[in-house]
Design a protein around this ligand. Sequence first.
Ligand code: PMP
Length: 421
Amino acid sequence: FTPQELERVRSDFPTLSTEVNGHSLTYLDSGATSQKPLAVLDAERRYLVTENSAVHRGAHSLAAEATETFENARATVARFVGAGEDEIVWTSGATAALNLLAYSLSNAGSGGADAERFRVGPGDEILVTELEHHANLIPWQQLAARTGATLRFVPIDDDGALDLDDLDRLITERTKIVAVTHVSNVLGAVTPIELFVARAHAVGALVVLDACQSAPHLALDLHALDVDFAAFSGHKMLAPTGIGVLYGRRELLNALPPFLTGGSMITTVTMESAEFLPAPQRFEAGTQPVSQAIALGAAVDYLSSVGMDRIAAHEELLGQQLAEGLSAIDGVRLLGPAAGERRTGLASFAVADIHAHDLGQFLDDRGIAVRVGHHCAQPLHRRLGLTSSTRASTYLYSTENEVDEFLSGVTDAITFFGVRP
Ligand code: PMP
């Protein structure tokens, strides 16, 4: 971006000009949740002010308009991630999407025409990686516990890199599901998904992609990646909370039984039984987060208008600036890819003898917002010999100046806390 373009983008995000602790805000926590541009807030408000109605139900004109706006948002989001409209299921977020999938898979195993195809049981294996966010780990642990399947994982090395030499040994005829993150929320490393997809599909296993940290930051084409399912959250990509997506290949979604049942997802109901609509409605029981979905449509329109390739390039520069800057500070241990190696626009690090919470507090006093803790990835931190780390994460509106402010803050914190490397 030119400085003028970046200024224009920043002026769309009112939160960025707030003050925190007497300093202008330096927001480096977009990996946790992004700020929202006025265009998104306006789209949600416009819907609530002018069209608010029950979608897919009313015979009246307002309901028809609301339904059209709601379904247009689905089409917009589908195009944004290279999917078909009927392959986009609204959920409340990625966590809900992954749990929905894990429960639908265990429902499938218990009977029905497609039971064999989705069956997960004793002797079967579910493969994850050691760097997963808990949202893409615990639902699979629980599915394994419900069905008697075995959970296995691709380990990481001392630097946090996936040990891909193990893939051939770990993906076997027994593997039914391979659930893997596209971009690590702690390390910023991009997973070579093609390797997972090729090996998983060779043995007939389903691939589930956690796209929470890729959909907001990289141009994503789910059909091209050839994954079977994917999950992401709206709030990390300029939309409000309460909206997320489960993507599934059309024929898989239509063969999979629902998880939640109730209104809006049926064709015929008797006192004894019910028949279900095709996807996506069969997974959307009850009243949906309509205004939030519409806001997500506006969010991806905003991202597309800026250009995902340009956003990714901007953030990669900031990611390198973070990695280089942190590596140059004595006493800092950068996690994940070394400076110069590919990473997205985030970096986590640890400083021996300074607790991440103290560091976070020190930075907060200067108006610098970062994430501290285990970032919902305890096994990853344990493997790296840590209980917590500090993460700075950028987005399209982040600037080199902000990264410089942050790097000075870390340097000063190390002096302040008297840590001698
Ligand atoms: N996976 C990854 C990689 C994430 O970063 C997050 C959010 N921190 C999630 C899953 C869960 O997303 P949500 O909390 O929005 O459901």
